[in-house]
Design a protein around this ligand. Structure first.
Ligand code: BDR
Ligand code: CA
Length: 310
């Protein structure tokens, strides 16, 4: 059976490819898309989710807007990586996929309640919506199979020395998630930096020759140019789709079980995801951490999915 999922995202170039992988892979059943402020304002990330589904002709998947900013902090965005509208480098068509009138939380609750199976939540942005869901709707949480999040790192960060962007934006929301007891997988920078967008990858995607691939190539070229400017990486890391890839094919990653705490107070370390890899604390495991990526298999999944779209 295809894995039922809800993607909660802040598109964002790599978020768009996560949506496409979910919609184009036969082993994933994409039930809903919800948006959150992160890479850009909520207005931009919501518009961009609708653009992503319009370009790829993904129909029948409701899209609803969620939190306009973190639970307690002021919103900080990522124009240095994603441009001023969170999806720079490409002309955006007028979206034809509608915006659902429900809030993200209402859509997630309805999707969980109407499902006969448990559903996996796949956040690829700050965990604000998911933290809010856990706080406000404990009654639906038994319908959540697991949470597979792109964010955090077992090593260093990409916004501060120790904080990855999604973690840095809303550390308090991560704290709620890890304390919820819901099975939690953290797809951190330690593995996403194995998914480098090489020239070869871009050529493979271009060769698909459909509308989605042409749009995707423009996204990836822009993303690589900003990564080059910001981090000196000419082949940027395609972070977010690893979440979906490991649900479509668990063998695409190797993982460890560990204990996570998140730093919510640190003057220099707020948003650090403290993964106790060497079990210094003797605390129970509460996180699955993918550490090794089958790179060839990952790109095969992405290319195959885009080839299935328009
Ligand atoms: C994460 O932050 C965003 O810029 C990307 O979309 C990804 O979710 C990487 O740190
Ligand atoms: Ca993202």
């Amino acid at each position: 059976m295809a894995v039922p999922i809800i993607i909660d995202c802040d598109p964002g170039h790599d978020d768009v490819l996560a949506i496409w992988l979910a919609a184009g892979n036969p082993d994933i059943d994409l039930r809903a898309i919800t948006t959150v402020a992160g890479n850009g304002s909520l207005e931009h990330t919501t518009l961009n989710a609708r653009v992503a589904t319009t370009v790829a002709a993904i129909a029948g998947v409701p899209i609803a807007a969620g939190a306009a900013g973190p639970l307690t902090r002021k919103l900080r965005t990522a124009p240095h990586i994603h441009g001023d509208n969170a999806l720079g480098g490409v002309e955006l068509p007028e979206p034809t996929t509608p915006l659902d009138p429900r809030t993200a939380i209402e859509l997630i609750v309805d999707t969980l309640n109407s499902s006969t199976e448990t559903v996996t939540l796949v956040p690829t942005g700050p965990l604000t919506n998911i933290g809010q869901l856990i706080q406000e709707h404990p009654e639906v949480l038994p319908k959540v199979e697991r949470i597979v999040w792109m964010g955090g790192s077992t090593t260093r960060g990409n916004m501060t020395a120790y904080a990855e962007f999604n973690a840095w934006v809303d550390p308090e929301a991560i704290d709620i998630v890890v304390k919820s007891g819901i099975p939690f997988t953290m797809v951190g920078l330690n593995i996403t930096h194995q998914a480098l967008i090489t020239q070869d990858v871009i050529e493979r995607i271009a060769a698909i020759g459909n509308q989605t691939s042409a749009f995707g190539v423009q996204l990836l070229r822009f993303f690589n140019s900003t990564y080059e400017a910001a981090e000196g990486m000419s082949d940027g890391p395609l972070h977010d789709p690893i979440t979906v890839a490991l649900l479509a094919d668990p063998n695409v990653v190797e993982s460890i079980e560990s204990h996570i705490d998140v730093e919510v107070n640190g003057t220099y370390t707020a948003g650090a995801t403290c993964i106790d890899i060497h079990d210094m604390l003797g605390q129970p495991n509460n996180v699955t951490v993918p550490i090794r990526l089958n790179v060839d298999r990952y790109w095969d999944l992405i290319v195959d999915a885009i080839a299935h779209l328009r």
